[in-house]
Design a protein around this ligand. Sequence first.
Ligand code: NAP
Length: 345
Amino acid sequence: MEYRQLGYSGLKVPALSFGVATFGGGTEFFKAWGQTDVDEARRLVDICLDAGVNLFDTANVYSVGLSEEVLGKAIAGKRNQLLISTKATFKMGDGPNDLGSSRFHLIQQLEGSLKRLGTDYVDIYHMHGFDATTPVEETLETLDTFVRSGKVRYIAASNFSGWHLQKSLSVSERYGWARYVGHQVYYSLVGREYEWELMPQALDQKIGALVWSPLGWGRLTGKIRRGQPLPEQSRLHKTAENGPPVPDELLYNVVDTLDAVAKETGKTIPQVALNWLLQRPTVSTIILGARNEEQLKQNLAAAGWNLTAEQVAKLDAASDVTPIYPYWHQRQFTERNPVPVPLAK
Ligand SMILES: NC(=O)c1ccc[n+]([C@@H]2O[C@H](COP(=O)([O-])OP(=O)(O)OC[C@H]3O[C@@H](n4cnc5c(N)ncnc54)[C@H](OP(=O)(O)O)[C@@H]3O)[C@@H](O)[C@H]2O)c1
């Protein structure tokens, strides 16, 4: 496995990591993703570790804590061989302080995550989304205390706008506090908005991307095609509305091109889609999703080889969309404001 630097930090993360939102299946929503129990989780963790994939991503909200609990049991005795990433900010209860990035909520949530995971530290602690009602100073001072106490090794943002992240970086710098070194972002061949604002920012600010839903929320699997009904087993039946919106025409054009490149390379559609992401700037790790062992093994084989420049260009062209303002405007003045990846011809 290739290991990459996580932004402006000394931490090396595997180019492929494993997201365990499929562990537990404790709510209707998460049941549609997967229902991996502790025994199966142990097997999946071992398959990952054998492949050098030593980073596991979860969150307090995944199955309301059950994903963390299953992961904690599955890694028992192996804590020092691996890295754990978890998150807080989203709603964990009905009380007014059961969500957000306040000192009150974060202290409560970190303690809960550590207990469920059966560990005394988290390697990467994410703010799952931006909380605009808590002072950024309060959030970052709390996170800095976590880092200084040894309960958290590195901090990261997720789903932030450019200005959310920039303001946070500036506050950390002003006070000499721990700084976000990673940004967990949605990025896929059917969702390239990350390239417009957040990727140039990541290059400029040395932020490593941890990519979520690399198959476009379970769409770039080869099972979803023009003129065909959804397969019987797909999380999309119950969760399509909650994930990234993807226009049908864009999806089918991308799948047609993935099909052609898959034939040329002898790889599968998910492997080609994941390999395309591995070659993009700023990507520190791609967080794989897999319902079972077979999907996981297939996805792990997305690394260790490279699409050719021509194949990447074909995929770039098929997935290109006109960006919203001001990005379409900025594309007319690239001499002094270069785009991070070549524009499709
Ligand atoms: N920070 C955030 O806000 C955020 C949001 C979402 C996810 N995440 C993280 O990212 C991780 C991955 O997200 P994701 O599960 O949405 O990723 P994804 O790669 O877009 O989708 C994975 C799903 O695609 C299908 N699949 C995967 N590999 C396949 C294969 N080889 N063949 C056929 N089908 C395959 C499976 O669903 P079916 O079996 O149902 O087809 C699988 O659950 C999560 O576990 C979580 O850790 C973070």
